[in-house]
Design a protein around this ligand. Sequence first.
Ligand SMILES: [Fe+2]
Length: 301
Amino acid sequence: MDAITLLRDDHKSVEKLFKQFEKAGDRAFVEKRRIVDKIIEELSVHAAIEEGIFYPVVRATVPDMDDTVLESHEEHHVVKWLLDELTDLDPEHERFDAKVSVLIENVRHHVEEEEGDFFSRVRDEIRRSDLVDLGELMLEAKKTAPTRPHPRMPDSGPGVPVVGAIAGVVDRVTDNVSGVAQGTVTAVQDLIARIRGQERPKVSPTGSGAARKTAKDVRTTAGAAVEGVEDTIRSIQSAASETTDAATAGAKGTATAAKHSASSTKTQAKRAATTTGRTAKEGAKKASKTAKRGKSAATSS
Ligand SMILES: [Fe+2]
């Protein structure tokens, strides 16, 4: 399947979801949540393959497309923030439907622009066989692309396929990041070189400054993304550890309080027993005296 057909199919399936949302009743909250979750997943994957593969190839091979592609990046950026906000928004919230309506308007505008002049320029400049290879590359990348929007992550530049694949791993909990991401970067570079009709420069440890800089940029961006993921893991671990500490402290406190309470009960019982013993002894003494007095009175009478 060629790249443009693939993107048009994506647009169609998202439009189908938009229509389902628009037809859903005002109080169909469960249904609307389900549809919006599907929209979030479809648009996140679609944006990732456009930003990581399609846009870089277009910028590098189709003349005078920089401004159009940069505008598309900005439109994606706005859409990704809306998707991010919708991820955890209660469908009963008064802003939920309004936010989805603005999302739909933005995406429809973006699709209209892409399916107009943008795609026809690409078809004019890139041969069909290369568009088919580009489409295969994008179809493969869909399998590991992020399923969540990640609006704060870089969306252009040499590290984007790597960053996208890392985000995809976090979203999908798989472990095949390095092979897929690096493979995609290399395949995109190869395809660009072929479309431009020139050999891709060989990257060796003593390669050109430009090649070394590109490799360094990819490593730096990927490193930053990994650090971001590690930070999140560290804060989750730290929160878990604080919860455990609090629970241990609580348990210790309860044990100490129980010990004190047992000890105080024991003391009170001891005191009560001593008092009772003393009272019994005094009672016995009094009884003995009374008995003696009775005996002597009986003898004298
Ligand atoms: Fe797009």
